[in-house]
Every structure is written in C-alpha cells, then in structure tokens.
Write a protein that binds this ligand. Structure first.
Ligand code: PMT
Length: 213
C-alpha cells in the first residue's frame, strides 16, 4: 500500500529571522513512516523542519510553512491508499512577513494573525474518497470530546488523539499514548509505549481498516 504521512512542525515567518512554530520534533510521524516501510509499504513523508534523518526508502518532501505543506500534500495524492496527518501544522500565520528584521527600537510590534488552510479538512472534503484518512489530535483537555469533534468536522476515517500535557508523552518525547476514535463511536486505546511500537500497531490497524473499506 502507499502511505502519505505528514510530520513535524511548520514555521510561519514573521520577518526574515523570526517565526511562529511549535514543539513537534517529528518523532511520531517519522516512527509511523518507519513502521510502514518495515511492513513493506511505500511511503511519501511530507515533513516540516526537524532534526531527524528520513527513514531509508521514504520519499521525503521537505516543507517549511503550512501553505507549503498543504501544496505538497495535494501534489502527492496520486495512488495514496492511507494518509496519516501527524504534523503539528500552525493554525495561524502572520498576515504578512516583514521584508526586513523588525527592529527593537521601533517598539513592540503588533502582529496580525490569519488562519492557515486546514490540510486534514481539505482531504476529508475530497470526493470521491480514494484513501483512508487518519488525523491526529493533540489535546490538553477534554480529549474525547475534542477528538470526536475533529473526526466529524474534518470528515476523517480515524482520529488518533494524544494528551500532550501528560509528562513524558506527546511532543518531543520517545514515548506516547494514543486513543483511536472511529466514526462508529468506538475507540481503541494504545497505552503508553515507545513511539516506534505505537507506530507499528497503528500501521497494522490502519491497513486492516483500509482492507475492509
Ligand atoms: O512530533 P513529535 O514531537 O513526536 O510529537 C508528536 C505530536 C504530538 C505532534 C503528534 O502526536 C500529534 O498530535 N500531531 C498532531 C498535532 C496537531 O497539530 O494537532 P491538532 O489537534 O492541532 O490538529 C488536528 C489535525 O489537523 C492534525 O492531524 C493536524 O495535522 C491537522 N491540521 C491542523 C491544522 C492545519 N492547518 N492543517 C491540518 O491538517
């Protein structure tokens, strides 16, 4: 099967030296790419800026901003069977990027933010639906309610939620704990484990779902 996986953060430029970003290291997304490759699948990995080597055999597409990630994902959809959007895409970006470094002597700047395009929702809205679509949900409270809301609004086949406030899990860590929420109201818990082991389990589950659909 062919996987398209997004990973890492995006960076939204404020001026030539500053940007808005987040703590995503890419570890979770890269682990899923590695697991899919080890299971014999083809992988396109669309990655924001991270300090990781791409797993051998993956087609790596490097991007920086949310707009670039959106365009790269849509440009690599041909033949995809399973899309897993694990990247921590910025929800907001500066309305414009200052052409030169904003100077401290000019005072504290007011930065107008505008929403980025939602990549996951844009894939969920595609018709006909040609691939299984799984999104992640990074939550700091009301995990099930928020994840189910994303599942429905973004028209996914699965939302994989993680509590990013739990110590040692979520962003940057080598371990995580996941709950997969499905449209039939069921859910499946993958308890605390290495991102590597969770990725292996996730790839198996998603392949099983794809084969049944
Ligand atoms: O990279 P690590 O350090 O290993 O950390 C892993 C992780 C915590 C980043 C990962 O497990 C995770 O939760 N990824 C999703 C992070 C996130 O942005 O979640 P969200 O709840 O804000 O977004 C929900 C979904 O919409 C995600 O699939 C996201 O990729 C997608 N999205 C969000 C905004 C946007 N403009 N476009 C999107 O596609």
């Amino acid at each position: 099967m062919k996987f398209l996986i997004t990973a890492g953060p995006t960076r939204e430029p404020i001026d030539p030296v500053r940007y808005i970003s987040n703590r995503s290291s890419g570890k979770m997304g890269y682990a899923i790419a590695q697991a899919a490759l080890e299971a014999g699948h083809e992988v396109v990995l669309v990655s924001g800026p991270v300090a990781l080597n791409a797993p051998a055999g993956a087609q790596l597409v490097r991007v920086t901003t949310a707009d670039e990630m959106y365009d790269a994902v849509h440009a690599h959809l041909a033949g995809v069977d399973i899309a897993v959007l694990c990247a921590a895409v910025a929800d907001f970006k500066p309305a414009s990027c200052a052409p030169r470094k904003i100077k401290k002597r000019d005072g504290v700047p007011t930065i107008k933010l505008v929403p980025t395009r939602d990549i996951l929702a844009s894939l969920g809205a595609l018709r006909p639906k040609k691939f299984l679509l799984a999104g992640f949900a990074a939550e700091t409270g009301d995990l099930e309610k928020n994840a189910r809301e994303k599942l429905e609004k973004k028209q996914c086949d699965a939302v994989i939620a993680n509590d990013v406030l739990a110590p040692g899990l979520g962003f940057e860590s080598d371990e995580n704990a996941l709950t997969i929420f499905l449209p039939d109201q069921s859910s499946r818990v993958l308890p605390r484990a290495s991102k590597h082991d969770l990725a292996n389990a996730l790839v198996k589950i998603l392949c099983g779902m794809q084969q049944k659909s």
